[in-house]
Design a protein around this ligand. Structure first.
Ligand SMILES: [Mg+2]
Length: 243
């Protein structure tokens, strides 16, 4: 464990997807749904099967999320149709997006240690917040948050890119969550899974970044790393003792 400047901890702020929610299966189910709908709609206009469309969509997903930070799924489907040399109506495209998110949400249950960890942190006297990026369809992320059974444990929520001008790693959402929780950013830690989006913005406002190990999320310079959420209360105690 690295020795870091002591901080009086007042709040723990969490990321949602892949930190609290097991979103990787949901993301896959969303793409399968989209491929099925697009395949059915395009029937006679192209020669790709549902499986081919799914494979292409996975590449687009990768490109949009990893490189372009483009979360609006309408753009993903339009990109696919563009690659196939096809165009279509907006209303139909957006319908695919809504069905995609239904499938995504239905297959993204909380990690088993999420709720118990939040309850332990709360018992330790700390406030709990949530900072999550916009899903690219305004209101969708808040709708998904409302679907989390233990959402009431979050005392404040910020949807970056909707409540703030920029998505993560822009720093505005981190400053705003501290304000909404009524604490200094320097007395918060941000617990998240993605080194590309979840470290520099939090650190820019003085939060410590904690990366929870999930599949394929190496790199970055977080202040702490933990193997799973169950390890968080122990880390919180360590930080509190140092202060
Ligand atoms: Mg995440």
């Amino acid at each position: 464990m690295p020795i870091l400047p002591a901080r009086e901890l007042r709040a723990v702020v969490f990321d949602l997807d892949n930190t609290i929610l097991r979103s990787s299966i949901g993301a896959r189910q969303g793409l399968i749904t989209a491929a099925r709908l697009i395949s059915a709609e395009l029937k006679n206009r192209h020669s790709y099967g549902q499986r081919d469309l799914f494979k292409r969509l996975r590449l687009i997903d990768h490109e949009m999320l990893r490189r372009k930070y483009l979360y609006n799924r309408d753009v993903w489907w339009r990109t696919l149709l563009g690659e196939l040399g096809l165009t279509t109506r907006f209303s139909w495209i957006h319908h695919v997006t809504l069905r995609y998110w239904d499938a995504y949400a239905a297959s993204s249950p909380p990690f088993r240690d999420a709720e118990s960890t939040l309850r332990k942190v709360k018992k330790m006297g700390l406030k709990i917040g949530l900072v999550s990026d916009s899903d690219g369809t305004p209101g969708m992320k808040r709708k998904r948050i409302r679907g989390v059974a233990f959402r009431n444990l979050f005392q404040a929520v910020v949807v970056a890119g909707e409540d703030t001008p920029r998505v993560k790693p822009g720093h505005e959402s981190f400053r705003l969550i501290a304000e909404r929780l009524g604490v200094q950013p320097g007395s918060c830690i941000y617990v998240a899974d993605n080194p590309r989006t979840d470290i520099v913005g939090a650190q820019a406002v003085g939060m410590a970044a904690v990366i929870v190990k999930r599949r394929g999320n190496q790199g970055g310079n977080p202040d702490y790393r933990i193997p799973n959420l169950r390890a968080l209360p122990g880390l919180v105690r360590t930080i509190q003792r140092a202060a």
